[in-house]
Design a binder for this molecule. Sequence first.
Ligand SMILES: NC(=O)C1=CN([C@@H]2O[C@H](COP(=O)(O)OP(=O)(O)OC[C@H]3O[C@@H](n4cnc5c(N)ncnc54)[C@H](OP(=O)(O)O)[C@@H]3O)[C@@H](O)[C@H]2O)C=CC1
Ligand SMILES: O=C(O)[C@@H]1CCC=N1
Length: 278
Amino acid sequence: MKIAFLGAGSMAEAIISGLIKRGIANPSDISVTNRQDVERLNLIARIYGVTTETNKEKAVSEANVVFLAIKPKDAKEALQSIASYVNNDTLIISVLAGVSIESIQQLLQKEVRVIRAMPNTSATVGLSATAISVGENVTEDEYEFARTLFSAIGSCSIVKEDQLHAVTGLSGSGPAYVYYVAEALEKAALEQGLEHEVARKLIQQTLLGAAEMLGRTKKEPAQLRREVTSPGGTTEAGISILQQSETAEAIQACVKRATERSRELGDMLIRELEDTKI
Ligand SMILES: NC(=O)C1=CN([C@@H]2O[C@H](COP(=O)(O)OP(=O)(O)OC[C@H]3O[C@@H](n4cnc5c(N)ncnc54)[C@H](OP(=O)(O)O)[C@@H]3O)[C@@H](O)[C@H]2O)C=CC1
Ligand SMILES: O=C(O)[C@@H]1CCC=N1
């Protein structure tokens, strides 16, 4: 199975790294291509032993599976440039935020089979939270292939295509929200007199432990929170500050805005396609 990556950025690297570490694909079967950054291709080749290709038409025409890992704003130019090199039996897997299966088919000018996926960068360590949505004409084997592939780099849920916007706002962008919290915790720890290294270790383990508790105990987050919060104790005092600052509402607004942005990115491309009548 030959896999070509169109785009060699953070998401492509996270997936490639996960696939190779988990033995899902041989480096020699993976071909990576981008727009112009040859240094980036050389780096990816050096780290992962994959083939890199400045001739993207060649990479695409030789592949059984083409991963679209370009930014939504570059989708029109990138997909048009490969349209005549995509074979009819090639499976397209797109990780583009917001961009619909229909837009991809329109740009590739064929009823190509498309699976949309929204992974996250934790694919690097085999812990992506991915949701996929499967285009109408995708075969059972292709669906199983995608599920196996994404399950190898983390968890894989199946959703309706329209729900991918919410998935993007939640778990696609989600690692950034967690890092934002980690950054704030780190600043707070230093302010309270802890050394950087000690603080980092405590924060990482706290996040890891809480995530494991959610997964293994199956208790509701509110229940787990109550178990930490002694009446009149430190947690209650701390959480009261979060409540005063309406932190829960801010998090809901954050996910809502990111979800809306995913819709906007898809709509922007649709408008561009309508304007140029593709
Ligand atoms: N980053 C994340 O956490 C996640 C990202 N995604 C999605 O993944 C996609 C990629 O994001 P990310 O990896 O962060 O982006 P990056 O900016 O890191 O990488 C984009 C890549 O696309 C390449 N590219 C741009 N135009 C073309 C073109 N015309 N032909 C071929 N290659 C091209 C760039 O090449 P060059 O450098 O040479 O210009 C670069 O390698 C996006 O659609 C995003 O929505 C999904 C889930 C999570
Ligand atoms: O910020 C973005 O648009 C992409 C999609 C999800 C995560 N990163």
